[in-house]
Write a protein that binds this ligand. Structure first.
Ligand code: FCB
Length: 460
């Protein structure tokens, strides 16, 4: 039945060698707080009002206890690869020191289960869950967290490097740095722009230190995942603000990776907020250690306007997230997803272009793309044509960019499962597979049937 509904959206021709996958992250799905240390997001979730519906990290999707079922769903989807993240506090509960062997066992079962099913594991080391003791000691605002992160990377690579296809150090460092420490919208809920700038820098230092430790322990392919968001304006008066937003959102990370350091304009515009004394020149080559690939998570674009022309609210688009910028606002254009994000498929090509211009010669993977949208529950199916259309239109753009010569090698849909959408809790659903928050029951949506046809069809 549902196969027929998914048929309304056309199939795409997926070239041989182009990988299709789905993605998740640890805190959003794992649950099982009893089996790990606490993290910044557990503490944030305990703060009244921080997570809109009061959701907590346990049970989330109860993935730890439903591992076999979730592996079965991945196999049914027919994907080539699965992107997941390690929970730092499941591996090293206090952030430094003793390793939790039961935590390593869980990831052994996950990784071996993927390999048995012919699915390539792609692992992220940090998808925003900082062990609580480290957060309490300053989190990413202090250099010690970057050093602890490198130790954690070494533990993982020593144990798993023979079985993991691709390693990512960080997921979207802009989010923990600026949503976490400047806007207070994410854990740890701090609203200190200077702390956000230090956090951004130490995240990237942690990345660079970890690349070295991963390689030394045998990791074959090491990269990082960014959320480059094309940032545009139609208003010449907003050119300077647009440049600054692009600087904080995009150029900061790309320039550091390319060995150009922190962009001069960002240094200057933020000089009233920080003296940048945390930057050490000898770190810059470490941060720019060559990587094997780069990941891009694309959802929407930033349209910068004057404050008088501010448009509807979109999560993640707020001047407090761009410290040092001249006064500005955002104005996304319809159609919108449930996050308030503009649906703009050509933007995914703009992001690919910005990355390949900044870091020429590095293969790119789309590591997340997807939409929280309205869904209809029939008795026997979950109708989500807007999501299927979104996935189709973005993947089509990516394949077009590839045929124009951009070296993009794969695409991961976000997400395998409905899950805890950070500060939005269960209220925003991105899954190809529905998860009932009360019972944990999994039900594939029409979009899952469509995506399955793209992967299984090609692999048949
Ligand atoms: C990205 C995050 C991912 C999920 C999607 C919707 O920024 O990496 O965990 O929340 O947005």
């Amino acid at each position: 039945m549902t196969d027929d509904d998914a048929a309304a959206i056309p199939d795409l021709e997926i070239p041989t060698g182009f990988e299709l996958g789905v993605a998740t992250s640890a805190w959003q799905i794992e649950g099982d707080l009893a089996g790990r240390g606490r993290c910044n997001w557990d503490d944030f979730a305990d703060t009244p009002g921080a997570i809109v519906d009061g959701a907590t990290g346990d049970p989330a999707c109860d993935h730890v206890h439903r591992l076999e079922e979730d592996l079965g769903l991945l196999q049914w989807l027919g994907v080539d690869t699965y992107r997941f993240s390690f929970s730092w506090p499941r591996v090293i509960p206090e952030g430094t020191g003793a390793v939790n062997s039961a935590g390593l066992d869980f990831y052994d079962r996950l990784i071996d289960g993927l390999l048995e099913r012919g699915i390539a594991p792609a692992a992220t080391l940090y998808h925003w869950d900082t062990p609580s003791p480290l957060e309490q000691a300053g989190g990413w605002t202090v250099r010690a967290t970057a050093e602890a992160f490198a130790e954690y990377a070494a533990v993982l690579a020593e144990h798993f490097s023979d079985r993991i296809e691709r390693w990512a150090t960080l997921n979207e460092p802009w989010c923990p740095a600026f949503l976490g420490y400047a806007a207070g919208y994410f854990a740890p809920g701090r609203t200190e722009p200077d702390a956000a700038l230090a956090a951004a820098y130490h995240l990237m230092l942690g990345h660079g230190l970890a690349v070295d430790r991963l390689r030394a322990a045998g990791a074959r392919s090491v990269g990082i995942v960014l959320n480059i968001i094309p940032t545009v304006t139609d208003d010449p008066k907003m050119a300077e603000a647009t440049r600054h937003v692009d600087g904080i959102q995009n150029r900061l990370w790309l320039d550091l990776l390319a060995g150009r350091g922190i962009p001069e304009d960002i240094r200057g515009n933020c000089a009233d907020l920080t003296d940048w004394s945390f930057v050490r020149n000898e770190d810059l080559p470490i941060i720019a250690t060559p990587i094997d690939w780069i990941g891009e998570n694309y959802y929407s674009i930033n349209r910068v306007v004057s404050v008088e022309e501010a448009g509807s609210a979109a999560i993640g688009q707020d001047a407090s997230m761009f410290p040092g910028a001249p006064e500005h606002a955002f104005s996304p254009r319809p159609p919108f997803t449930d996050m308030g994000w503009e649906v703009y498929p050509p933007g995914i090509v703009m992001a690919l272009e910005q990355i390949s211009e900044a870091l020429p010669g590095i293969p790119i993977f789309i590591c997340e793309n997807g939409a929280a949208v309205e869904e209809d529950n029939d008795d026997d199916a979950i109708r989500d044509p807007i999501r299927t259309r979104y996935l189709h239109d973005h993947l089509e753009q990516v394949l077009g960019a590839r045929s124009q010569g951009i070296d993009v090698r794969g695409y991961y849909a976000w997400s395998l499962l409905d899950n805890l959408e950070w500060a939005s809790g269960w209220t925003k659903k991105f899954g190809l597979i529905r998860v009932d928050p009360d019972t944990g029951t999994r039900t594939p949506k029409d979009s899952a049937y469509w995506y399955r046809r793209q992967s299984v069809g090609r692999n048949a």
